[in-house]
Design a protein around this ligand. Structure first.
Ligand code: APR
Length: 242
């Protein structure tokens, strides 16, 4: 059961959805959350990444996201992101539904991307919702229009997912005959429900099996680094396109 098997499944599939998590970005230098070196090993997400933190300890909330936003300046898409964008161009992937907030899929050239957890690249006022420049959040400004608190367009713990991204993903998942899950522990609801909503074949690419992933009956599990496995699949596919 190898990259060759996945390449074969992709050739057979008419609609393939890719679901990515933080493990898709670690090779670009962005830490994930729950592996041994993950962000949540040292930080309690409720204190820095929840609606409660936005309301009750805004300075800590703002500092956490300023740090994460600044660290993105040194990160760029890795080979795995570029390969997924190429697969989209060749009609091999119809949608990337991502939990990641770094927009590396878009930077790599993927056009059809659903940001299920929003992003930390764009900013809005928490009170009036008006968009603001990233620099205004980074230099501790308040809302130009209502003096409200500025915040990134990321989905915080306690917030609902953006309906457009969720609905688009649901639509594609229901039509998909192949769902490739890459670099996610599948610990977070409701995204972790998506694989079981598909009638198609399920593939899991992850550095390790997680307590949650073992609950799914994946048709194929490829343990290893996302970048390396995607490069192997790319090799197996040659110049095949739909
Ligand atoms: N290749 C393959 N898998 C990897 C790689 C890699 N290079 N690096 C890390 N992984 C795996 C880890 O072993 C882990 O199982 O990716 C998984 C990432 O899981 P999490 O850290 O839980 O990240 P994710 O599943 O995306 O978290 C979901 O939780 O905190 C919230 O909103 C945040 O979107 C995030 C959500």
């Amino acid at each position: 059961m190898t990259a060759e098997t996945l390449a074969h499944l992709m050739k057979q599939s008419n609609r393939t959805v890719v679901l990515t998590g933080a493990g898709m970005s670690t090779e670009s230098g962005i830490p994930d959350f729950r592996s041994s070196t993950g962000l949540w090993r040292n930080i309690n997400p409720r204190i820095v990444a929840s609606t409660e933190s936005l309301q009750k300890n805004y300075e800590q909330f703002r500092e956490f996201y300023q740090t994460r936003m600044n660290s993105l300046n040194n990160c760029k898409p890795h080979e795995g992101h570029l390969i997924l964008a190429d697969f989209e161009k060749r009609g091999l992937v119809s949608l990337i539904a991502t939990q990641n907030v770094d927009q590396l899929h878009q930077q790599a050239g993927s056009k059809n991307v659903a940001e299920l957890h929003g992003n930390i690249v764009t900013i809005r006022c928490q009170k009036c919702g008006k968009p603001h420049a990233k620099e205004q959040f980074l230099n501790n400004s308040i809302c130009t229009y209502c003096s409200g608190k500025l915040r990134p367009n990321v989905v915080l713990f306690g917030e609902t997912l953006p309906s457009e991204a969720w609905d688009r993903t649901l639509h594609e998942i229901h039509q998909a005959d192949l769902v490739i899950v890459i670099g996610t522990s599948l610990e977070v609801y409701p995204v972790n429900q998506l694989p079981s909503m598909s009638k198609g074949k399920l593939v899991y690419i992850n550095r390790e099996q997680t307590s949650t992933s073992l609950h799914y009956s994946f048709d194929l599990v490829l343990e290893g680094s996302a970048g390396k496995i995607l490069a192997d699949v790319y090799q197996e596919l040659g110049d095949f396109e739909k």
